[in-house]
Design a protein around this ligand. Sequence first.
Ligand code: HEC
Ligand code: HEC
Length: 304
Amino acid sequence: MADNKEIETTGHKWDDEEGYPLTEYNNPLPKWWLYSYYATIIFAVVYWVLYPAWPTPNGFTKGILGWTQYGQLKEEMEEGQKARKVFEEKLSSLTSQEISQDSQLLQFAISGGKTIFGDNCAPCHGNSGIGSKVGGFPTLVDDDWLFGGTLENITTTIKYGRKGQMPAHLEANGGSFSQAQVSDLTQYALSLSGRASDNAAVTRGDELYHGEASCNSCHGDHGKGSLIGKADGEPIDNSIGAPNLSDAIWLYGSDPATVEASIAKGRTGEMPSWAEDSDRAGRKLNDLAIKQVSIYVHSLGGGQ
Ligand code: HEC
Ligand code: HEC
């Protein structure tokens, strides 16, 4: 309030008994405040006319623009879907190799593949593809492959599935070897990764491995596995999926008891088939989804 100015009053006065007049000052609102206030009123009226605003007995006033939140969402979704379609059409028509040369397409394929992986593969292979020894689900993030790490190998694995057939060796489990022989084979298997504890057993196991038990026909002469190993100098069928026994990566576990259990009882890990024309019952994936999830797996770090 300005001090020097004559004080404006509304003219309304009360006289109190001691002679002090009580007057009502006129203290108007600041102009800026008043104009902003009018502006909000105008804004509100314009808004009511243009946009949905007031409830009515059978709904609400629609506004002359015809805008709705749902409509906007739909429009945005349609735009997103259009962009998606363009990408999906490209993904369908290009080969995986071609896709991997286009960084934007590659990103799109990987992010789609990641979702597909989470929905279908993570229960066995873990959320980020790290695998699990309980159940023998291989990790997909390293460069140690059972069936090969090229995009083509990975796609074939996913489409048609894989089945590891490690026979049981102990007599009691339907094999043809005694407990002593299985122990010797275990010592030899451990020696391949430098962890044997009984040299005499290793020598006996070595003979069985390359002889009567012919483990080398699947795992290779030096235990390198069916993918990179050789049997009697010859390449091994890549679709056998016999793991490398000479490295630190194990499907079921590296401790002697687990290795012995693998040899005694055998193992039959199964990767389901996902192609729509495969005869497995259950969830299938179309070609585009298989392509995306293959590219995703290939991107996890171990792709070749
Ligand atoms: C029911 C469990 C299960 C599900 C679900 C599953 N897998 Fe597998 N997967 C396996 C097993 C077990 C193996 C190993 C097969 C073997 O031991 O011979 C495997 C192997 C693989 C391999 C080969 C790894 C290598 O070293 O060569 C790839 C790649 C793979 N799975 C990808 C996928 C993808 C992608 C999905 C989802 C579409 C999927 N898997 C879903 C169990 C599963
Ligand atoms: C017919 C081919 C074949 C023969 C023969 C074979 N294996 Fe295997 N072996 C496999 C396959 C395939 C697997 C993986 C099983 C799976 O995927 O579930 C495997 C798994 C193993 C494992 C588990 C490896 C891990 O990472 O956990 C050990 C240990 C093993 N074999 C040792 C042997 C020994 C020792 C012999 C000989 C006594 C032998 N295998 C004979 C195919 C074979």
